[in-house]
Each structure stands twice: as C-alpha cells, then as structure tokens.
Design a protein around this ligand. Structure first.
Ligand SMILES: Nc1nc2c(c(=O)[nH]1)N[C@H]1C(S)=C(S)[C@@H](COP(=O)(O)OP(=O)(O)OC[C@H]3O[C@@H](n4cnc5c(N)ncnc54)[C@H](O)[C@@H]3O)O[C@H]1N2
Ligand code: MOO
Length: 420
C-alpha cells in the first residue's frame, strides 16, 4: 500500500502544461495566460464624451442658467465612430454622442437635457440654447483614464475569465499567448452499464460515472471528451483507446482496476509498461492506476480510477484535479482547499487508510453573534461507503480523517476539503 502523497507525487511528476500558443480572444476563455499582458493602447484610447449632448467651450456657457440661457451655433455633428475633428470656436458647439471623440477647442459636454433640443433622433439644429453652466472637463472621459499605454493589465498564470478577455480586447489585443485547453477523454468500463434514463434489466445500472467525470473535468477547467462506455472486453477497450487517443490530452477511465476476473482496464493497460496499478491508503479510492500512454510521441496521462462512484468523486478531487491544474499551467489552486470543522455527529473510519467522507456542512453563529463554527455530518445515512452514489448530491465537502483514526466522535475537530 502506498500513501496518498506518494501516488500524488508520481502523478504530478508525470504531467505538465502543453506549449502556449497565440489564440484569438473568442477561444481563450478558461485558458491560462502564458505571459503578462500590457496595454498597447490607452483605455479609453482618446478623450471622448460621456453623454449625448453638445461639446462646448466651458467659458462660453459659464453664465448659462434656465433663466439666462446661452445660444451657440451648432457647426458639426459627431456620432460615435466619427473620425472628424471639427474645431469648436468661441460661440459655437458641436452635437456629440456618447463615446465620440471630443473635438478640438471643446473642453466640456452639455447633456442634451440641459438644452432646448429634445432628446432622441432629430435633424441637426442650427443653434442650441444651453441652460446650465458646465465647468471644464464635465462629461469628458480622458484618454488613459482607466489604463495608460504600457501598463500591465493581466498577469501570467491566471485563468482567463470573461472580464479578463474584455480587458485584453479594450487594451488593444485580438489574441493572447495561452496554454491550450486540456481535453480529457472520459471512458466508463463495465458490462453492467447502460445509458442514464434507460429502463434497467436485472443486473444493469445507469452509467453515472461518465457524467460525473465529465462534469468534474469542467469544474476543474478542462474540456471533457466523452469516449463512451465499453463492456468488460479487452479488445473493445484497446480498440477504443487506439481510435480516440489522438483527440485528447489525458484520459480518465472508471472501473475495472481491482481484483475481479473481468477487470479489463488493468488487463489491457498493465502490460503497456508505464501504467502502474497500486493500492493507495485511502477510503474510498484504494485501487488506483496511473501512467502515460503514447499517441505517436505525444505523452497522454491516463488515470484509471476505481468504478465505485464515490471512489471516482474522491479520486478525481485528490489526484486528477491537481494534475489538471498543472496541465493547464495554473499558478495557484493545485489542491482543493481545506478548512477546520467540528463533527456534528460521530462516524466509523477504516483503520490504516485515510478517509475522505462526503459531508453536509452546517454553519451556526456563536451565541454572541460572532464568527460561526463549521459543523459537518456524513451526507449518507449509511455513513462511509463508496457505492452511496445518490447521496453524493447532498454533500458540500469531504471530511478528511487520518489513517490512525478508527472513529470520529461528536465534537471532534476534523479537516474538511471544499469541493465544487
Ligand atoms: N477482491 C477484491 N475486490 C475488491 C477490492 C479488492 O481489493 N479485492 N477492492 C474493492 C474496492 S475498494 C473498490 S473501490 C472496487 C473497485 O473496483 P473496480 O475499479 O474494478 O470497479 P468495478 O468492479 O468495475 O466496479 C465497482 C462498482 O462500481 C460500479 N460502477 C462501475 N462503473 C460504473 C459507472 N460507470 N457508473 C456507475 N457505477 C459504476 C460497479 O457496478 C460496481 O458496483 O473494487 C472492490 N472490490
Ligand atoms: O477504495 Mo474502494 O474505493 O474503498 O471503495
């Protein structure tokens, strides 16, 4: 039996990020940035109007009020996107729309509501009556107000969110140097499996692992590629892997790794040399296979997880999630975070194996209203069991109990791994 850390170290030593490549912004969401990004243009790129109205010289309208309006000649029209630069001389104004460049000579914008011109679509008036004074700079958004040219706007190592992409776009970039998305093949094994929703004949069960793994791949920032399920037939598994390996950067299989007479994953992969099958001192998730397949010369890490659904969930969070973090080139967030909690009820634990038990988290405020205590109880009425798949949905987290503990008592301190 090897420890969780030994297995994880072996996994992490075998995986790494793919070379970064320039990618259009539209395809870069979720990818990890490979270099710092600087603004190649200031944001905003030019002085522009914050209001629909009239660009004026502030000095011309210094005395304007509703009772003593100032009339100016309207000499040009500036819709957003206009490249014109009409001069605003004393006594004149230019009609301007939000986002249009402030014309030379003007130093303020009077909103249309503070004039005699009704808001909305109208022909360009010959004159405008300004009914309110505007100090210099009013409703003018200055070039570089937000970000100066050359400033770092995004840091390497961060996953690109929607707003990061908008920052990159506004700072002048159409592409970014990013690590490519990690495509993870999801493959269920077992002759008992049928597609979810299919009526079950005796002996059959729904393939719940495929959707579980695919969803966790998403939650870990990867791209799931559903490879389907194969019967416990070595040739079928061999054939599927040979046919589809080129489409993926990693593979997660479930089932077929323990001691059964039909455990085909072990049978097919063990002779490939680099795939090792170990017993890991954890519960659930004891039988684990891991190794590197070759697609031509390209290494493709393969995780052979045990078939029991709770084992799949735990094994993924403990081994596959950190590996995907490294393959994506993320700087932070390798292991799921843990927090301190208190057991709200007791439960049994296996001797000699670290327990990862799905728990419900209850927070309660202290009587003085100060910081709450995190209390946890097993999510499944049956406590700890790798087949208790339906109650997995109730769990908020995994309590992690040391291999030297045989029973957790109510009130004991426990570490809790936060999972999506
Ligand atoms: N003699 C021994 N038997 C077992 C051992 C052992 O050490 N010696 N280990 C047990 C432990 S612990 C685990 S975990 C399981 C792992 O078994 P396998 O990886 O070989 O998985 P299967 O036998 O194929 O399936 C186990 C279980 O999970 C169900 N299953 C499988 N795939 C799916 C799926 N896609 N969706 C839903 N459920 C699935 C399957 O029907 C079985 O009930 O081995 C123990 N046995
Ligand atoms: O290790 Mo198995 O995952 O205990 O059920």
């Amino acid at each position: 039996m090897i420890s969780v850390e030994q297995h994880l170290d072996r996994v992490l030593a075998a995986v790494g990020p793919a070379a970064p490549r320039r990618t259009p912004l539209a395809g870069a969401h979720g990818c990890v940035l490979a270099e710092d990004v600087r603004a190649v243009v200031p944001v905003p790129p030019f002085d522009n109007s914050a209001m629909d109205g009239f660009a004026v010289r502030a000095a011309d309208v210094r005395a304007a009020t509703t009772g003593t309006p100032v009339r100016l000649a309207v000499v040009a029209d500036l819709p957003a996107g206009s490249g014109e630069r009409p001069e605003v001389r004393p006594g004149t104004a230019v009609r301007i729309m939000t986002g249009a460049p402030v014309p030379p000579g003007a130093d303020a914008v009077v909103p249309v509501e503070d004039t005699d011109v009704p808001p909305g679509p109208h022909p360009l008036p010959a004159t405008v009556e300004v009914r309110r004074a505007v100090p210099p700079g009013t409703h003018v958004r200055r070039a570089g107000d937000d970000v100066a040219r050359g400033a770092v706007v995004l840091r390497a190592g961060t996953p690109l969110r929607a707003r990061d992409l908008s920052t990159a776009a506004s700072a002048g970039h159409g592409e970014l140097l990013v690590h490519p998305p990690v495509r993870v093949g999801v493959l269920s094994t077992g002759s008992e499996l049928v597609a979810p929703g299919t009526p079950l004949a005796h002996g059959q069960i729904p393939d719940s692992n495929a959707v579980l793994v695919a969803g966790m791949v998403h939650e870990s920032g990867g791209v799931p590629v559903l490879l389907g399920s194969v019967d416990d037939d070595p040739d079928a598994l061999r054939g599927l892997l040979a046919a589809r390996l080129g489409e993926v950067d990693a593979v997660v299989t479930t089932g077929g790794v323990s001691a059964g007479a039909y455990d085909v994953v072990k049978e097919v992969l063990a002779p490939l040399g680099d795939v090792a099958f170990d017993k890991v001192a954890m519960q659930p998730g004891k039988p684990q296979g891991f190794g590197t397949l070759r697609d031509g010369g390209r290494p493709v890490p393969l995780f052979a997880l045990p078939g029991n659904p709770v084992s799949v969930f735990v094994s993924f969070q403990v081994f596959v999630h950190p590996a995907l973090t490294r393959m994506r080139a993320l700087v932070a967030g390798g292991a799921r975070p843990t927090v301190a909690a208190v057991a709200a009820q007791g439960w049994r634990c296996p001797a000699g194996r670290r327990q990862y038990i799905p728990v419900v988290v209850e927070t309660s405020d202290a009587p003085d209203g100060s910081s709450g205590t995190v209390r946890v109880r097993p999510a499944a009425a049956g406590g700890s069991g790798s087949h208790l798949v339906a109650s997995l949905a109730l769990a908020d987290a995994l309590a992690v109990v040391g291999d030297d503990v045989e029973e957790v008592h109510e009130g004991d301190a426990v570490r809790v791994m936060m999972v999506p």
